[in-house]
Design a binder for this molecule. Sequence first.
Ligand SMILES: [Zn+2]
Length: 59
Amino acid sequence: MDDTVTVYCPYCGAATELYVDPETTGAFVEDCALCCNPWRVEASRDEEGNLTAHVERAQ
Ligand SMILES: [Zn+2]
C-alpha cells in the first residue's frame, strides 16, 4: 500500500509528495510546504488500497 501521492500546488505549482495517513480518506486541509497557502485535499483509495488525491484551492 502506498501512502504518498504526488500532488501539484494550485498556487505555486510545486510538486509535493503528500503523505496521507492510512486511516484518512475524504477531504482535509493541508498547507503547501513552499508557499504556505491552504489546499483542500480530497483523498480516496481504490479497493486495492491505491491512493489518489485531488488538490484545489481552499476557500
Ligand atoms: Zn505552493
